[in-house]
Write a protein that binds this ligand. Structure first.
Ligand SMILES: Cc1cc2nc3c(=O)[nH]c(=O)nc-3n(C[C@H](O)[C@H](O)[C@H](O)COP(=O)(O)OP(=O)(O)OC[C@H]3O[C@@H](n4cnc5c(N)ncnc54)[C@H](O)[C@@H]3O)c2cc1C
Length: 330
């Protein structure tokens, strides 16, 4: 690992100023569970780490209308265990508990989780080309090992997937990411934080250098009490999603129709994939297997699987249908 300078920020303005003073190779440090791993691998080589875990962003607070403001430094374990999170947004608590291990969740922060980088093997191996890590060097995954990579929204430059489970739940819930940068504060609606690779796969998100995430706001959604996160992975625990689904369903019990739905997919794209076509197909439809199958088909019509990952299309289809059936109590 390359030598680096370390500084603990006392407040948000100090953190932003420290990064603005540093070079482009300065990074914020949350729990370090992804960044430090990448430093060990030589993928990240920061000259300065600005520790932001002591900032006053460690609380979960109620918002008007039943929403929650989750501080950027709230640890994943604390967020998953929070009573309001569990009761109002079960999908979020379940997504967190489906990720990593207890020890990692005790360290991992809200902001760090959203900004963790792809687990694509070529990105993590500095002896290999990778457009995301070394701009213009190529994407060996397109012809190589891509079983667990993207089926939606990929480009000729990159077929990587975004690994966070939490981000999938937050995308379904329409969360807003609060960011403080050198130019002041702004809010980014999920899933707009992350971006598709296009011809700039080195950029995971729309954030600029020095932008500090201070909180994530989850707007009130009373019917999200009926929500689920389902994750298919190669091992029963401690593994990233092959495909995952975050879903919330509002069913008019008298008429048996879907009033509203929220759906997002993980493990399928460079972003947590909000399934808007499926949501449109569900609204006003009978809460039946046929409607759920049609919604899954509407979303996955856009899938462009790679040579070895077409199985993910049917996996995503079945997972959407099964999760919606479960939520509908059918
Ligand atoms: C073995 C293993 C298994 C795992 N399995 C899963 C899994 O199944 N599902 C899953 O979702 N995750 C999984 N993870 C990933 C884990 O969730 C992430 O490593 C963790 O959430 C990152 O949070 P952190 O606070 O440690 O981030 P850090 O490593 O500290 O930072 C990550 C990135 O965020 C930036 N950053 C941190 N805080 C801020 C801020 N406030 N503002 C702006 N930028 C910031 C850093 O500069 C860095 O670029 C796994 C990790 C390991 C090691």
């Amino acid at each position: 690992m390359r030598p680096f300078a370390y500084e603990a920020a006392a407040d948000a303005d100090g953190a932003v100023a420290a990064l603005a003073r540093g070079t482009a190779a300065a990074r914020y440090l949350g729990g370090g569970t992804n960044l430090v791993d990448l430093m060990r691998l030589g993928v990240e080589q920061p000259e300065l780490l600005v520790d932001v875990t002591r900032l006053a962003h460690g609380a979960i607070e109620p918002l008007d209308g039943g929403g929650l403001r989750i501080g950027a430094e709230v640890r994943n374990s604390d967020c998953a265990a929070d009573r309001a999170v569990r009761e109002r947004f079960p999908v979020l608590a379940q997504a967190l508990l489906a990720g990593a291990s207890g020890q990692l969740r005790n360290l991992a922060t809200t902001a760090g989780n959203l900004l963790q980088r792809t687990r694509c093997a070529y990105f993590q191996d500095v002896s290999k080309p990778c457009n995301k890590r070394a701009v213009g060097s190529g994407c060996p995954a397109i012809e190589g090992d891509h079983r667990n990579l993207a089926i939606l929204g990929h480009s000729e430059a990159c077929v990587a997937t975004h690994p966070s489970d939490m981000a999938v739940a937050l995308a379904a819930l329409g969360a807003r990411v609060v960011v403080r940068g050198p130019g002041g504060e702004r809010t980014i609606a999920m899933p707009g934080l992350h971006r598709l690779p296009g011809d700039e796969p080195e950029r995971d998100t729309v954030l600029e250098h020095g932008d500090l995430i201070t909180a994530v706001e989850v707007p009130g959604l009373p019917w999200a009490t009926r929500s689920r996160y389902r994750k298919v992975r190669d091992r029963a625990s401690f593994a990233f999603a092959v495909v995952s689904v975050a879903a919330a369903l509002d069913v008019d019990e008298a008429g048996g129709t879907v009033r509203d739905a929220r759906l997002a997919l993980g493990g399928v794209a460079h972003v947590p994939w909000r399934a808007l076509a499926a949501e449109d197909a569900l609204r006003g439809a009978p809460a039946t297997r046929e409607s759920f199958e049609a919604a899954a088909e509407a979303e996955l019509a856009a899938a462009e699987p790679l040579r070895d990952n077409a199985f993910k299309v049917s996996l995503a289809h079945n997972l959407i249908v099964r999760t919606l059936l479960e939520l509908a109590g059918a």
